[in-house]
Design a protein around this ligand. Structure first.
Ligand code: 28G
Length: 646
């Protein structure tokens, strides 16, 4: 552990032997922060907060703390407070320093809270308070216990004095205030959204603890409080918001099995997609793992057994598959175990094999019991799964039919398609145009060599509720799939795409926006690779035509474009302004000049985020729930006028 003299940081105060040990203890953290907190970007910055709050949450899990508060303070400071036992103040016989100082200056100190219980929460790297201290330009810890309040301060991890008693106190708890070191981090900007999301999640996973968040950086301050008596049951209910729940009661179990705590909630909703969140020791495992495997086999087994016993499945019927069970299923799986084994750099998967039988057995037993007590919910669940099984078979049959019909070889291109003559996909474009009249203008105005036109009628179809089989039965969608020439969903093959620019061209009005949202959703759900490849675009037709004598110009935006142009043109005379209500109002030449000609036009490339947003908007506009739609329309009343509210 010997260090070269040159490696000592400059401008540090003189320190005694003990401090040199401390300095060397944390030196590697400042040298290679990424090794300890993942990155020095925005993720790493937030990681500091998680490390400190995890310690408070551990204290709460042990049953010692009831309240945890996170505060954002001016000057990029963060304060975390808990009302637990307070870090022990007493001087340790061997190290000769207070346990407080050890926790904050020795790497990995404070990791295990005594041998018997497991450290329950734990950030990505579980490295603790000393790492946060090392990466903070300043940190202060205040501990209340043993009748007093004690404090110590540090700079870049180096104590600026001993632990001192600063007041009498009859309370207990720990408070840590820190300022991340701007020399280490590329950004100092905390995200309220991120912090709130994390604290909310931790509150679900730590039943009965109240987690407060206060933003004191500006006046007036804002404060939030998260407290969920229902644990992951509340979490599942949160995930189901805006969707119609099929059950009267959310299924919930919370049981220990061979020293592993298993907490699971599930609810079926009227939706096709599923949400499955899994956690081990409060750490999210997006890639699942043994607990998820156990969960899935339990529901498959229990629901099949139940369906047979209750006569929903006959002897000759095949079993319902795990895939069928997932449709519309919202579930949260949380396990807590000693010494969890994770796989992958980011602990994305739980590897501990013992988690599997634990979850399997707890869910098997709990779900069987639930179905017996809630036959109504049992019936709804089985009906939903049976529907999914039926749809899966129908979708497969429909897909096979479409594929057999030659979507891939392009022999049966739709009659409505005015194809381009070029066969080179790199230079070919297809315009998906709303309505037959605009389609007519686009057909006459286009460059026939490289531009194809596909007019689509009306509002196609509600893709949200439509399953793949129904969608492919729809003639408009089928034309689109066949024209693109690369099949759909799982069968999609990017290399077969016939046009490297797929351009959505709709009117600049509410209906146009509606159809655009619909198409974006369709592409997002069934052609995500096409978006990823950067092949999807939105045409930008002009909003206004401005004319003074022979000077004709087009404006694409209301404020910046139009205002500027009008000011310029007014010098020459009276400006006639006409607003384009639809593509159909332009003659073929105008449409070519303003919107289709690669020399003049503006195309907006669609990125995954745009499509995701459309997908979300789509749910709001087309989903079953009227309330969020009403809310959306009221808050966006200026932009959205013609949408039916039923
Ligand atoms: C406010 C921000 C972050 C904490 C505690 C409580 C104890 C503790 C913390 O002990 C040292 C090592 C093993 C026992 C434990 C208090 C036992 C008895 C604690 C926090 C001592 C760590 N009394 N609360 N650490 N252990 N809150 N909040 O950091 O032997 S850290």
């Amino acid at each position: 552990m010997a260090k070269n003299k040159e490696e000592k940081p400059k401008n540090t105060p003189s320190y005694d032997a003990k401090d040199i040990f401390v300095l060397e203890g944390l030196d590697p953290v400042r040298k290679r922060p990424g090794m300890y907190i993942g990155s020095t970007g925005v993720d790493g910055l937030h990681h500091l907060i998680w490390e400190i709050t995890d310690n408070s949450i551990d204290e709460a899990m042990g049953g010692y703390a009831k309240n945890v508060t996170v505060e954002l303070l001016p000057e990029n400071k963060v304060a975390v407070t808990d009302d637990g036992r307070g870090i022990p103040v007493a001087v340790h016989a061997q190290t000769k320093v207070s346990a407080i100082e050890t926790v904050f200056t020795v790497l990995h100190a404070g990791g295990k809270f005594g041998g018997d219980s497991y450290k329950v929460s734990g950030g990505l790297h579980g490295v603790g308070a000393s790492v946060v201290n090392a990466l903070s330009s300043w940190l202060r810890v205040e501990v209340s216990r043993d009748g007093g309040m004690y404090a110590q301060e540090y700079k870049k991890g180096i104590p600026q004095g001993k632990v001192k008693k600063i007041a009498d106190s009859d309370k207990t708890g720990t408070k840590v205030i820190f300022a991340a070191d701007p020399e280490i981090f590329q950004t100092m900007e905390y995200s309220v959204k991120r912090i709130m999301e994390r604290l909310r999640q931790q509150a679900y996973l730590t039943k009965g603890v109240r987690i407060n968040f206060v933003d004191r950086r500006e006046d007036p301050i804002s404060a939030y409080s998260f407290y969920f008596d229902g644990g992951v049951k509340s979490f599942a209910s949160h995930l189901a918001r805006g969707k119609k729940e099929l059950q009267e009661d959310i299924f919930y179990v919370n049981k220990e099995y061979e020293k592993i705590a298993v907490e699971v909630a599930l609810v079926y909703v009227e939706d096709i997609e599923s949400k499955e969140l899994s956690f081990a020791n409060n750490i999210n495992n997006p890639d699942g793992g043994m607990h998820v495997t156990g969960f899935r086999s339990a529901i498959t087994r229990t629901l099949n057994t139940y369906a047979r016993a209750e006569g929903y499945l006959k002897e000759k019927d095949e079993n319902l598959t795990s895939e069928d069970m997932r449709e519309g299923l919202i579930s949260v799986i949380s396990v807590k175990l000693g010494d969890p084994q994770f796989e992958g750099q980011t602990k994305a998967r739980l590897g501990s094999p013992e988690a599997r039988p634990a979850v399997e057995s707890v869910v098997n037993e709990g779900l069987k019991d639930f179905l017996e007590k809630h036959p109504q919910d049992g019936r709804r669940i089985i009906e939903k799964v049976l529907l999914a099984a039926k749809a899966r078979k129908a979708a497969k049959a429909a897909k096979d039919t479409v594929l057999r019909k030659g979507a891939l070889d392009g022999l049966t291109l739709p009659g409505k398609l005015a194809d381009c003559s070029s066969k080179r996909a790199e230079e070919s474009e297809i315009f998906i145009v709303e309505g037959d009249s605009a389609g007519g203008s686009a057909k006459s105005g286009r460059d026939r060599r490289t531009q194809a036109i596909l007019p689509l009628k009306g509002k196609i179809l509600n893709v949200e509720k439509a399953r793949l089989d129904k969608m492919l039965a729809n003639i408009e969608i089928r034309s689109l799939v066949i024209a693109i020439g690369a099949a759909i969903a799982d069968e999609f093959n990017l290399e077969k795409v016939r046009y490297h620019k797929v351009i959505i061209m709709t009117d600049a009005d509410v209906d146009g926006a509606h159809i655009r949202t619909l198409l974006l959703t369709l592409f997002y759900r069934y052609f995500p690779k096409l978006i990823g490849a950067g092949y999807l675009y939105i045409a930008q037709p002009p909003l206004f035509r401005l004319q003074v004598g022979k000077d004709i110009r087009y404006a694409y935006t209301e404020d910046s474009d139009k205002e500027k142009m009008v000011k310029e043109m007014e010098k020459k005379g009276n400006v006639t302004i006409s607003r384009y209500k639809g593509l159909g109002e332009m003659n073929p030449e105008q449409l070519w000049e303003t919107t289709m000609n690669p020399e003049n036009r503006v195309l907006k490339q669609v990125c995954v985020e745009d499509a995701e947003e459309a997908d979300h908007l789509f749910d709001i506009l087309m989903g079953d729930d009227v309330a969020p739609r009403k809310h959306f329309i009221q808050t966006h009343a200026a932009a959205v006028k013609n949408i039916d509210l039923v």
